[in-house]
Design a binder for this molecule. Structure first.
Ligand code: SAM
Length: 289
């Protein structure tokens, strides 16, 4: 039963998305951002940071499966994985389903998001906190990649949008430092917004990727709460073959990993790189520099 309250998402000038609120479960201001968790009749629990939807219990599986399994299964031998951001720990939960991963390091700037999500999103993130491979670092991800001596096979940037503390995770310097931290042939994937509404963000990220990595690309998935159609995931690697990993190879790796998914399939993985024309044009514009 709705309380009559609504929460308004104000990410895009000229468009507002209103969510009915059955009840407010938590509301606070951390050192870094405003945090609110409320119950919506369609999406279940909804987390907003600074007024922008981050995760919902109903559709988190789409975003998390597509950001975690696509790079890990394309790589095929990932042992060291880094998540930058990812405070709700849904990405870590998906990544840790891969038995070949020896260590999953997550660098999140805001410990309040992790602590809060541990309590409030246990329906999807509970296994993470019992997994000895989970290595949580509370720090700015940009600073971490600039300073660490460690190397990673896969880096996933599960960030907020390019404003506030997340802005630094969309810069050329950050992508260059990630490149330094990748093992040869490793891969970076990024949360790159909804191209219909945030085209410039995708063009700029791909432009930066192309100035550093041999292969700069994007893939897509449709996630209901990331309003506006397809969401783009940025893709950058020095190994251009990873993006073209055939479905039969992905199927073999996925079957060997031995877990179920609700959105990801090897066929969806391969198809996600087939971009609608307006998104392909944005990626091509970025590649041209
Ligand atoms: N799936 C979400 C989306 O795209 O809407 C992102 C979810 S996750 C909650 C984003 C996380 O990035 C937040 O927990 C936020 O604290 C973290 N974050 C933002 N800037 C960061 C930075 N510079 N370093 C590390 N984590 C950062």
């Amino acid at each position: 039963m709705s309380s009559g309250l609504t929460f308004k998402e104000t990410l895009y000038p000229g468009v507002e998305v209103n969510y009915a609120c059955d009840s407010v479960l938590y509301q606070d201001r951390s050192e870094h951002q405003d945090l609110v968790l409320f119950e919506n009749p369609v999406f279940g629990k909804v987390l907003m940071l600074d007024g922008i939807t981050q995760v919902t219990t109903a559709d988190e599986f789409i975003y998390h499966e597509m950001m975690a399994h696509v790079p890990i299964l394309a790589h095929g031998a990932a042992r060291e994985v880094l998540i930058v951001g990812g405070g709700d720990c849904g990405m870590a939960e998906e990544a840790l389903k891969h038995p070949g991963i020896a260590r999953l390091t997550q660098v999140e700037i805001d410990d309040a998001v992790v602590e809060f999500s541990r309590t409030n999103f246990s329906e999807f993130n509970a296994p993470v906190f019992d997994d000895p491979r989970f290595d949580l670092v509370i720090a700015d991800g940009a600073r971490f990649v600039a300073e660490t001596d460690r190397r990673f096979d896969v880096v996933m940037v599960d960030s907020t949008d390019p404003m506030g503390p997340g802005a630094v995770l969309f810069t050329q310097e950050f992508y260059r430092n990630v490149h330094r931290c990748l093992t040869p042939g490793g891969v970076l994937v990024t949360q790159n917004g909804v191209p219909f509404l945030q085209r410039a963000e995708l063009v700029t990220s791909v432009r930066h990727f192309a100035s550093i990595y041999k292969d700069a690309a994007a893939y897509v998935a449709a996630i209901p709460t990331y309003f506006g159609g397809h969401m783009a995931f940025g893709w950058a690697s020095d190994n251009a073959d990873l993006r073209k990993t055939p479905v039969d190879v992905l199927t073999e790796r996925f079957d060997a990993a031995g877990f179920d998914t609700r959105y990801y399939t090897p066929e969806v993985h391969a198809a996600a790189f087939a971009l609608p024309r307006f998104i392909r044009d944005a990626v091509d514009e970025g590649r041209k520099g």
